[in-house]
Design a protein around this ligand. Structure first.
Ligand SMILES: O=C(O)CCC(=O)C(=O)O
Ligand SMILES: [Fe+2]
Length: 283
């Protein structure tokens, strides 16, 4: 069972290195009040070019190395599934990637811009709840339409904001995410816990109510834990990796240790040769 590490934010006083990517994204670096208005109305907001290209390059190389890592004990939690399309075992997700076991990646992702943006969206400082990378490689199954909060998160607190960091281009043909785009959903579960909202794949119906988010490496999608979203199987030949960092407001407490202890018990990481035929809904 992986040891639980404490996650620290980047040093607030650390000098910020300006790279080409950063210079290009000056206009839209953090969530401001305009983004918050959209987020409050729709439940999600996209900020193009939030992370510098250099950051994404380093993170992408690290994700490749993590994927190639030989089997054996590691602090990160790997999840293998058998492809519903080809039957081959695939590494589809790695959880628990931030902390003292990956200090450089933690520094690159838990930045002051991230903290400031989440403080704006949550109305108070954020606390990390969980984090994962979804390797939506060719052959990956659909992530059926769901609300993240329905994945047992009510046991911890009643509201979260997730930052999706786009690592590979997200296109229609390689399983870009779709979100309910009209803001018409309650801040409550719309169905039973652990069950997707529909078995349909995108375009979800009614089609005009959903927004397909086509995105570039470095783009950020902030979304709340009640907005219905999902993505189809990846039937293309292009990998679609996204990192998801989920936070709650500071006043709700720090639940990461307990969340992961519960998760390792009820849904333990597995190995290539134990790849699950995954049909259930897990986030
Ligand atoms: O990566 C995806 O396509 C969707 C994943 C998702 O929504 C989740 O894991 O909660
Ligand atoms: Fe989700």
């Amino acid at each position: 069972m992986p040891e639980i590490f404490r996650v620290r934010w980047s040093n607030p006083g650390a000098p910020v290195k300006i790279t080409g990517g950063q210079a290009m994204r000056m206009a839209d670096m953090i969530c401001d009040e305009r983004h918050k208005i959209t987020f409050d109305k729709l439940g999600f907001v996209v900020i193009p070019g939030f992370f510098p290209v250099e950051t994404i390059r380093v993170v992408s190389d690290w994700l490749d190395a993590l994927q190639q890592q030989p089997p054996g004990p590691a602090p990160e939690a790997r999840y293998f599934e058998r492809s519903s399309i080809t039957g081959e075992p695939l590494l589809v997700r790695v959880e628990y990637i931030l902390g003292d076991h990956n200090p450089e990646i933690t520094r690159l992702l838990l930045t002051n811009d991230v903290r400031a943006s989440l403080t704006t969206l949550l109305g108070e400082p954020p606390v990390l709840f969980k984090e994962k990378v979804n390797y939506k490689v060719p052959g990956s199954r659909p992530d059926k339409l769901h609300q993240d909060q329905a994945a047992g998160w009510n046991a911890y607190t009643n509201f979260f904001v997730t930052l999706c960091i786009v690592i590979d281009e997200n296109r229609r043909d390689n399983a870009a995410l779709s979100f309910l785009g009209n803001g018409k959903f309650p801040r409550a579960l719309m169905g039973p816990e652990w069950k997707p909202l529909t078995d349909q794949d995108p375009p979800y119906q009614p089609e005009e109510d959903y927004t397909l988010v086509v995105a570039q490496p470095g783009d950020a999608i902030f979304f709340n834990s009640f907005i219905p979203h999902g993505s189809p199987a990846n039937r293309s030949s292009a990998c679609r990796r996204n990192i998801y960092l989920t936070f709650n407001g500071q006043s709700a407490g720090d639940h990461r240790d307990r969340y992961y202890q519960d998760k390792w018990r009820t849904y333990p990481p597995n190995r290539l040769e134990e790849a699950r035929a995954e049909t259930s809904y897990r986030v």
